[in-house]
Design a protein around this ligand. Sequence first.
Ligand code: FAD
Length: 486
Amino acid sequence: MVAEVVVVGSGPNGLAAAVTLARAGLEVEVREAAEDLGGGLRTKPLFRPDVLHDICAAVHPMATASGFFREFDLAARGVELLRPEISYAHPLDGGRAGLAYRSLDATCERLGPDGPRWRALMEPLLRHSQGLVDFMLSGQRTLPADLAAPFLLAKGLLTHGTPLAARQFAGPEAAALLAGVAAHVVGRMPTPSAASVALMLGHLAHAGGWPVPRGGSVRIAEALAEDLTAHGGSLRTGARLDDLRELRGARAVLLDLGPKEFLRVAGPLLPAGYRRSLGRYRYGPGAAKVDFLVNGPVPWAEPLVGRAGTVHLGGTQREVFRQESLVARGRPGGAPFVLVVDPAAADPGRVAADGHRPVWAYAHVPNGDRRDPAELVTARIEQYAPGFAATVVDRRSVSAAALEAYNPNYVGGDIAAGAVTFRQALLRPTPAWDPYRTPLKGVYLCSASTPPGPGVHGMAGYLAARSALRREFGVRTAPRLAPGAC
Ligand SMILES: Cc1cc2nc3c(=O)[nH]c(=O)nc-3n(C[C@H](O)[C@H](O)[C@H](O)COP(=O)(O)OP(=O)(O)OC[C@H]3O[C@@H](n4cnc5c(N)ncnc54)[C@H](O)[C@@H]3O)c2cc1C
């Protein structure tokens, strides 16, 4: 028997869709290919049972800010979002570093002559934070509630998303800080899409911060799964979908899948024009992940960097722009951009009794890159933290190519599930007014390959569920998501 509604894939978007639909009173089943729930939210012991590693997402600025999670309210459900004093750091040669404290004042103070410029950029964004987040994390097909949001965004894109970006700051620290956040887009730089990500994530560093959940990202998936089952939903793991026809009988099917996997499971059922359109979907550069077990804190040359949850290693703004643009063209370049997360900077519980702890890192590499990133990433961290290699007790690496085998949504290691170009940020996966709907009756896409794109915000799942509720069940009122609300 097939359930009334089937959600395929249990990433944050699949679970957000399932929760929304179950709270509307529908019978919902989630089918997940892997043995564990959570998609990008898994946390596991990789080397020893008392040290937990986040396999994919580790840091969650959007899991407090997005409309879905604001109402779902992780904190009220016992998920503690721990905020490091420094949201992110960007070490430079010579022991210098840009530091984005949660406190805007502390950040500006350290930036010297660039302090007033950083404040002038961030303060208006902070004043309109909710409007900006809601605009960027929507389907961007409705008028924003706060009209200042698109105006501020456009102004920021002109100055930071064009070659003018090189002239905005006098010193290297502030410029590198912003370039490092923009690099989360994983693509050519400077571009408007990279700048828009920099403005959103950059200002959140001084608002809700860049938190890590106590105990790891899996706590977010567990809270979503708990709410689903409390509303009558069910979850099946080890249940890969290979042919959409297996789900005949369901009134609605929501697929937490990217276009490539959708074509695999439903290709012959789709009209040729739509198939061609999905086939034109572009994937971006890849990420190659390394998880370390280390026997002490990372020995950063600038010790304050150790107070940051996230560290960007990419050198100056110019070096970040150059390296990211090379990788986007499929050329590996010499020194990749590397993101490092030390969850223990905010969550001391991640340190074992004998001081062993996890370090999470990935490098930006060309799509499909097969190289083992372990040496490359270790060397990059060593450059800014001499002695790091000697603290490494064990490490595990996953090339960009292998990441796709782990999760078919990360095609060629593209963790954004599709290039975040200006066009594809809006028109993913195909140009359509309702990007979640497919030509198949009752079948919707709800993954990060639909708006608003990558990250743990739940909004693609929520918006796809709202579309399915309207079209398939005539439900126009948004189900309430708060704990205790029915
Ligand atoms: C290394 C890495 C680091 C990241 N770091 C961060 C971070 O710090 N912060 C952040 O916000 N984001 C981060 N991201 C991005 C974030 O994890 C993703 O954007 C997010 O998980 C996308 O959610 P989703 O629900 O669309 O898909 P996913 O989380 O990818 O989930 C899709 C699920 O569908 C399942 N599935 C696929 N095909 C099938 C099938 N045929 N049948 C059944 N099930 C199937 C998969 O197994 C998977 O569980 C990171 C990603 C990676 C890989």
